[in-house]
Design a protein around this ligand. Structure first.
Ligand code: PMP
Length: 432
């Protein structure tokens, strides 16, 4: 495919790991959905900046001023990357989980929340303070829109409402009809937040095009593993609510009152929810990744990913014992070979006769391949896909299936802009 980009340089390409069978092999990082390796470009940018590191919004010195400038420029870069509205705020957080918890903390008092049971726990669980409607798993993208519309209509009238939806599933890699869901939400006077943790690393995300109210993502899945995340979108709910964290940086003016108490005037900018000294390296690295992906061009990256997806799906289709997990019921490898993308490079599967954890451990020990096993912090979804009953188990983990029993967890292979063909070829060969 001439439009197909070369893999982008990432850290760790030459890392070797020992094999249980003896010798060593270069590590095949096929767990991008958990954390992607850093782009070399991000690492270089961070290394070039590191000697100039200084406090942000807290110093008169040259390096503090420089760090403050870089921090605020990074905010503008992220706003551009997400194609935000001019009035939107970009708040820097620790992660997607943190971003969605921040949004949950600023909901209006009477807010109703609508969320599909298929969501990652980060988008399923933070809404405890609101009245939450959990929507059943849809089996087609169109059904997702119908389900949401019906639920919104049934709950009207409400003072305010929020829909939370994931753009690309961290389990099936399937794309959700975000634009249609946003239109449905707005038609019913609700707002929508997009969990773009798995979407932003693979596809351009335009807040304006999709017409979503907020978007959240994590740096470490966007090739910038330095502990930062983003919540970007409408300023009004953010400005009206109490600060997410109380402290320095969020407050504009603090004074003792005559009655002995303390009066606080909080910022109305993004700083309101960024109390404490910010993670300038993490923020700078996110901006660097945004620039690197934009400069590389998503068109070529998407073409390359499509090529890798087809390789994996066609390879797995040749192994009768493998069952790929799919919510939207499209298991034909050809569909991802051309036309509009329907998925990102995240594929979960089970293998008949194998315990998924043992299978993943064997891929690591015998082939130097790093994948993930488990329920991927999306327990209800994975159970629906596996057809298994709820079990008591640890967060993100799963008990072992007894010999001959149906799998209670799955194996996930995921890849992206830095993945060479050799990694997916090795993976397919190992599964075979
Ligand atoms: N949403 C989705 C769809 C995810 O895949 C993840 C991470 N697996 C998260 C949210 C949470 O991201 P983080 O762990 O960086 O907070």
């Amino acid at each position: 495919d001439p439009a197909c980009a070369e893999p982008l340089p990432v850290l760790g390409r030459d890392v070797t790991v020992p094999l249980v069978t003896g010798g060593e092999v270069t590590y095949a990082a096929l767990d991008y959905a958990a954390s992607a390796p850093a782009l070399q470009r991000v690492w270089d940018d961070v290394a070039a900046y590191a000697p100039y590191y200084g406090s942000v919004h807290r110093g008169a010195g040259y390096l503090s001023q420089l760090s403050t400038d870089l921090f605020e420029q990074s905010r503008a870069t992220v706003a551009g990357f997400l194609d935000c509205r001019p009035s939107d705020q970009v708040v820097f957080t620790r992660s997607t989980t943190d971003s969605l918890n921040l949004l949950a903390a600023v909901l209006p008092a009477d807010c109703q929340v609508f969320v599909f049971e298929t969501e990652h726990h980060a988008s399923l669980l933070p809404w405890g303070n609101a009245q939450v409607t959990y929507l059943n798993a849809p089996r087609t993208p169109a059904q997702a829109v119908e389900t949401l519309e019906r639920a919104l209509a049934a709950r009207e009238p409400y003072g305010s409402a929020l829909v939370c939806v994931t753009g690309a599933s961290n389990v099936t890699g399937e794309l959700w009809p975000v634009k249609e869901l946003a239109a449905a939400a707005h038609a019913h006077g609700a707002r929508i937040v997009l969990d773009a943790a798995q979407l932003a690393p693979h596809h351009p995300v335009s807040v304006q095009e999709l017409d979503v109210d907020w978007v959240a993502f994590s740096g470490h899945k966007l090739y910038a593993p330095f502990g930062s995340g983003v919540l970007a979108g409408r300023a009004d709910w953010l400005q009206r609510a109490e600060p997410y964290l109380a402290g320095g940086g969020a407050s504009r003016k603090v004074a003792r009152r005559a009655d002995g108490g303390v009066d606080v005037e909080w910022h109305t900018t993004a700083a309101r929810h960024e109390a404490g000294s910010p993670n300038v390296i993490g923020v700078y690295s996110i901006a660097s990744a945004c620039k690197a992906l934009t400069e590389a061009g998503f068109e070529g990256l998407v073409a390359r990913e499509r090529h890798l997806i087809a390789k994996v799906r066609e390879g797995l289709a040749q192994v009768p014992a493998v069952r790929i997990l799919s919510l939207f019921g499209d298991d034909s490898p050809s569909r991802s070979a051309g036309g509009t993308p329907t998925r990102v490079g995240v594929i979960s599967f089970v293998v008949d006769g194998w315990n998924s954890s043992h299978f993943a451990a064997a891929l690591s020990a015998e082939y130097g391949i790093g994948v993930r096993d488990g329920l991927f912090c999306a327990h209800p979804l994975v159970r629906t896909l596996l057809g298994s009953e709820p079990q008591a188990q640890g967060e993100c983990g799963a008990p072992e299936a007894a010999p001959g029993e149906r799998s209670l967890n799955a194996i996930r292979v995921s890849f992206g802009a830095g993945t060479p063909d050799e990694h997916v070829d090795r993976f397919v060969g190992a599964v075979k």
